[in-house]
Design a protein around this ligand. Structure first.
Ligand code: NA7
Length: 548
């Protein structure tokens, strides 16, 4: 039996069917987009699949889910009052607090009345005569609007492993994204976790002390580094708030809008002692400093990358008592930082516990899920629960799950069949009046995401206001501008080591047909450069676009 999150109190609204704008998704992006469009005096309806608001932070309620961005860098920056009144209790906020925060924002700005939950959009069709989008929900209800804005998130199309027998298992099983709303009791239970990405790591380190026995099925180990989370005391809280203006200014300047900035030195420009001391310092620092504030050539020079990977490998060997298990936990096929770096708290020490077992599924592949548990080539183990921490059809997956048809009835999935084609990662040719917050080719998925979301939303809101004021009823990028942007995005990524590695960052998902070819999904020039490109388009009178 596969458990799924049950819808919490829904709030289906009725009434008007025609709006100035429709937004798909009520996560961080959709909430802020609604706020901005409402301020322009537009009529807006937000459709949200979940039973409540929050997107990522509504669905991912698995044990141990928390930020890996510093909390105070992650909250919305658009309202000084909000910044002043909200206290983050930890440097890296746990999911329940983040969900409370997003609900607080929705209520504080009276946004809930325009958000329709329990409403999955299954199709969107552009009517060329009316120059409007018609949106169809799962239940067949239809709505229309001049502007359609997707705020569907880069990691919202969850995927189960492609294994036989998933439905046969008699115990409880969950994908981490579909975690039940009620508490799950792990006491004394035999639990399996499949998947060791950022999510699997958070689950594993959290439930290991609670369960009877834990078996981790690992296909590819990752380079995990310490999060160093801690509570925020009163004095620190006051200091963080006093520093907000300077901090947000810094976030505007760093490539990923984190408080961490790339070290300008090259790995081999310093002495061995200096390098070692620098890396020890990074390992002892909180958050993504080790990934974002490392030497400038860490993610482009294979030799620099190999040397630092060896440094992290030494840490893993020191922390895991059994040498054979330690070796299994050290990545051999990719270097540090070429996949998303999971941030951990005692993750490696979990494997020193007598009730925790590690199964390397490359040595002994999973053959099937059985009624009792999991069978690999080495035999069967019985479980009470199976946790699928098996990730997402990333970035484009959520778009693939909606039949979005532009001019001539062309599907967006067809337009993107050989890889995304976009202008600024915000629009595609042949899909007029459609705007994609955090779309492919956007800087957002390499970013402290709310910071880039705010930029996307502000840019989109300015365009919508411009169109509204000037009586523009149809806008879209030219095919030339789209081709140029797509080429620019590809060029920026070339030479980066991550492009040669399979992961969600390169659009690989072994559980989805057609997602076996590596793609460039992210704008790699950094957020400041991306922002400048977006601003230049506006300064050029929306250059590269046709406005009618
Ligand atoms: P990830 O990082 O995509 O991790 C998914 C994990 O599941 C990864 O270890 C996969 O192994 C594993 N997986 C997927 N399918 C299978 C099958 N069929 N058999 C065995 N193992 C499998 O997703 P997360 O949810 O952890 O993290 C997503 C992002 O959320 C994260 O980067 C943060 O940004 C927040 P693989 O590595 O593919 O061999």
């Amino acid at each position: 039996m596969l458990d799924t999150a049950t819808a919490a109190a829904g709030n289906k609204t009725s009434g008007a069917r025609s709006f100035d704008a429709i937004v798909i998704g009520a996560g961080i992006a959709g909430i802020y987009q609604l706020y901005r469009l409402r301020a322009l005096g537009l009529s807006v309806r937000v459709f949200e699949t979940g039973g409540g608001v929050g997107g990522t932070w509504y669905w991912n309620r698995y044990p141990g889910a928390r930020f890996d961005s510093e909390s105070y860098t992650y909250g919305y920056a658009f309202s000084e009052e909000l910044l002043k009144e909200w206290n983050w209790s930890e440097h890296f906020s746990p999911q329940p607090e983040t969900q409370r925060y997003l609900n607080h924002v929705v209520d504080r700005f009276d946004l809930r009345r325009d958000i329709q939950c329990d409403s999955r959009v299954k199709a969107a069709d552009f009517d060329e005569t009316a120059r409007r989008w018609t949106v169809t929900l799962d239940d067949g209800e239809r709505y229309n609007a001049r502007f359609l804005i997707t705020a569907v998130g880069p990691l919202s199309a969850d995927t189960l492993p492609r294994l036989p027998g998933l439905d046969r298992f008699k115990g409880r099983s969950f994908h981490t994204y579909r975690w039940p709303h009620e508490d799950v009791d792990f006491a004394g239970k035999k639990v399996a976790v499949i998947g060791t990405g950022a999510t699997g790591v958070q689950v594993i380190q959290t439930i290991a002390p609670l369960v009877g026995e834990l078996t981790v099925y690992q296909r590819t180990p990752n380079w995990c580094t310490p999060l160093h989370n801690r509570k925020i005391g009163d004095a620190e809280q006051a200091a963080i708030k006093a520093n907000y203006p300077a901090m947000f200014e810094l976030l505007r300047q760093t490539p990923g809008c984190y408080i961490h900035n790339t070290d300008p030195r090259g790995t081999f420009e310093v002495s061995d002692e200096e390098r070692e001391a620098f890396w020890e310092k990074l390992y002892a620092e909180p958050g993504f400093s080790i990934w974002m504030a490392n030497f400038r050539d860490m993610l482009t020079d294979p030799k620099a990358n190999a040397l630092f990977s060896e440094f992290v490998a030494r840490k893993i060997r020191q922390r895991v008592k059994d040498p054979a298990t330690g070796e299994k936990l050290i990545p051999k096929c990719h270097g540090f930082g070429t996949r998303r770096v999971p941030q951990e708290t005692g993750y490696y020490e979990v494997y020193n516990l007598p009730n925790v077992h590690l199964v390397d599924t490359r040595e002994t592949p999973i053959e099937t899920i059985t009624e009792a548990g999991i069978r690999t080539s080495a035999g069967e183990r019985a479980f009470d629960m199976i946790v699928y921490a098996t990730g997402f059809d990333a970035v484009t997956g959520a778009f693939d799950r909606i039949a979005i048809r532009g001019t001539g009835g062309r599907l967006l999935t067809e337009h993107w069949a050989d890889g995304p084609k976009t202008y600024l990662g915000l629009m595609s040719s042949g899909f007029p009046n459609l705007l994609t917050i955090v779309g492919p080719h956007n800087a957002s998925t390499r970013c402290n995401i709310p910071r880039c979301i705010e930029q996307n939303v502000d840019w989109i809101s300015d365009l919508v206001r411009y169109a509204h004021e000037k009586g523009v009823t149809r806008f879209e990028p030219t095919t030339e501008a789209e081709a140029d942007w797509s080429k620019h995005v590809e060029e920026l990524a070339s030479g980066m080591l991550y492009t040669k590695v399979d992961s969600w960052l390169t659009g690989i998902n072994t559980n989805v047909d057609g997602k076996n070819v590596r793609r460039v999904l992210q704008y790699q020039g950094g957020a400041p450069q991306y922002r400048a490109r977006c601003d230049a388009v506006v300064a050029g009178g929306y250059s590269g676009m046709v406005l009618r």
